[in-house]
Write a protein that binds this ligand. Structure first.
Ligand code: ATP
Ligand code: MG
Length: 358
């Protein structure tokens, strides 16, 4: 298959881990007879420095034409003095909006070598493997009005959703569950919010189309507790924007490391933007210390979700698992017994696995 991928390395370790992802994708293409072309564009601080804009027009245009977009990370202390509207982070928020990304998928899996890196008890996190499907375009973050009263004594935020917005994210939740262990937990606050009551109704309507998927509803407060007391309960969680924001950060503590968490943000036409959950890590940038695995696993999500290359995606995931199993890791995972490598050498190990797997 021929696929065109736009690469947005961004800032800090974004550049280093992007190079790792590109090399891994080249190895996958070579092994499986695919042809990937890459086009690199500026975003974030790098784009401010060169073009005076965190999201240059040509970046958006290239991303819109691509089969998928990979993003590293944006931001860093060199741009902290800039006003809010001109900061690197605006590039990230802007591209998500411009591309119409409506669903954010964050898989969280407890790698067995890292169980003791989690602040939670090993018995609790062992075997956890869940996916949070978060709505990205609606809810409290975008509802109007969002303002202070004239006298400054009151304030309002608005939680609004259209039926269509809820339907498409709920469908995404069901589709994701169908591809996994077929259990969907819909998280809401239906005891107090009208939007949550409509959300529940829509989940109930849609479940008829997915008789193979087991569904339950959970209030967000109960879900927050269950995530850290009984995480293996969950397979796929589908929820609105703010609940998803909070729960996905909470869930990330299950793994014990930011350097292993990938994410996907999808568009209705199946293209998407794939990025690691971590930021630009200015404290270690340029030192070849970054853990490339979150970015590499994000590239694997791209293979699966945008290119429907399930087998190739599994190859990459398996290669990462085997490299960890062999004890190789970057400095952030010093809790692992084994051999510490830099970003470049760890990437090389992953590629060796991909090339040698049968
Ligand atoms: P942002 O605001 O962009 O999310 P942040 O301040 O939350 O950024 P990160 O940039 O993600 O944080 O970094 C948090 C800490 O985790 C830093 O000490 C950083 O060095 C470390 N870190 C983050 N990602 C990685 C990685 N891929 N490999 C190694 N260490 C990492
Ligand atoms: Mg952060």
């Amino acid at each position: 298959m021929n696929k065109h991928v736009v690469l947005l390395p961004g800032d800090g370790i974004g550049k280093e881990v992007m190079e790792s992802a590109r090399l891994v994708l080249e190895a996958v293409a070579e092994r499986n007879g695919h042809h990937f072309t890459f086009e690199e564009k500026l975003i974030g601080g790098a784009a401010i420095d060169e073009m005076g804009d965190p999201l240059p027009r040509e970046t958006v245009e290239a991303a819109e034409k691509a089969d998928a977009v990979l993003l590293g990370a944006v931001g860093g202390p060199s741009w902290d003095h800039l006003p809010g509207s001109g900061r690197p982070e605006q590039g990230l928020l802007g591209i998500r909006k411009q591309l119409g990304l409506f669903a954010n998928l964050r898989p969280v899996k407890g790698f067995r070598q890292l169980l003791h890196a989690s602040p939670l008890k090993k018995e609790v996190v062992e075997g956890s493997d869940l996916l949070i499907v978060r709505e990205l375009t609606g809810g409290l973050y975008f509802g109007e009005p969002q303002e202070r009263s004239e006298d400054g004594e009151g304030v309002v935020d608005t939680l609004s959703y259209s039926r269509k917005e809820i339907e498409r994210i709920v469908e995404q939740g069901f589709e994701s569950a169908r591809k996994r262990r077929k259990q969907l937990t819909s998280v809401d606050k239906a005891n107090v919010l009208e939007s949550s009551r409509m959300w529940r109704e829509i989940v109930e309507e849609k479940r008829a189309d997915y008789p193979d998927v087991k569904v339950d509803h959970m209030l967000v407060d109960a879900a927050a507790m269950k995530l850290v007391t009984d995480p293996t309960y969950f397979d796929v969680v589908v929820t609105e924007n703010m609940f998803g924001d909070i729960l996905s950060d909470e869930a990330s503590v299950l793994t014990g490391s930011l350097g292993l968490l990938p994410s996907a943000s999808l568009r209705e036409d199946g293209t998407g933007l794939y990025e690691p959950v971590h930021g630009s890590a200015p404290d270690i940038a340029g030192e070849d210390k970054a853990n490339p695995l979150a970015m590499i696993l994000s590239a694997a999500m791209m293979l699966k979700h945008s290119f429907h290359m399930e087998k190739e995606a599994e190859h990459v995931e398996k290669a990462v698992q085997e490299v960890l199993d062999a004890g190789y890791h970057t400095a952030d995972l010093s809790v692992v017994n084994g051999t510490e490598l830099g970003c470049t050498d760890l990437t090389r190990k992953v590629i060796e696995q991909i090339t040698s797997e049968d």
